[in-house]
Design a protein around this ligand. Structure first.
Ligand SMILES: [Zn+2]
Length: 149
């Protein structure tokens, strides 16, 4: 089942209200209010992207599967919180996993990656065609010729 951008944003804000997550965010005095955007795509292999604690972007194609989309939101939120708390470590290192475990105690293993479900595959192939297939150009200027005189 798909999820609307509004419903996904509502889910994101509901996470911020969860006591354990709230407590984690409030360990530092800084404000935490990342911009939350749905973009056409964050890249072929990126269900989401996090820019420090300032911005979270979600690839539109993950919204085709609500479960996957919520997982991507939890994953990106973990990145944003790691940056917010100024915790060093590799981007998916043990510090990140620790935060992800607080956000998703039961689903953190799954939340490390987004699942390429049939609905998502179908949406992605429109943006990233299968190997060997070439997308038709949006605008084709092949008729254009330059004459030198
Ligand atoms: Zn990540």
């Amino acid at each position: 089942m798909a999820i609307t951008p509004e419903a996904l944003f509502k889910y994101f804000t509901s996470l911020l209200e969860q006591p354990k997550i709230k407590e984690m965010i409030q360990r530092v005095k800084r404000k935490f209010h990342p911009v939350f955007s749905i973009v056409p795509t964050c890249g072929k292999w990126y269900g989401g992207m996090c820019y420090g604690a300032a911005k979270i972007e979600i690839s539109s194609w993950v919204l085709k599967d609500a479960k996957v989309a919520r997982g991507v939101v939890r994953h990106e939120l973990a990145h944003a919180i790691q940056d917010h708390l100024d915790i060093e470590g590799r981007s998916h290192g043990k510090e990140f996993i620790q935060i992800l475990k607080t956000i998703a105690p039961r689903r953190w293993r799954k939340d490390r990656y987004w699942e390429n479900t049939p609905a998502i595959k179908k949406a992605r192939v429109k943006i990233y065609p299968a190997k060997g297939k070439v997308m038709k150009p949006l605008v084709d200027f092949s008729e254009f010729k330059v004459y030198f005189t």
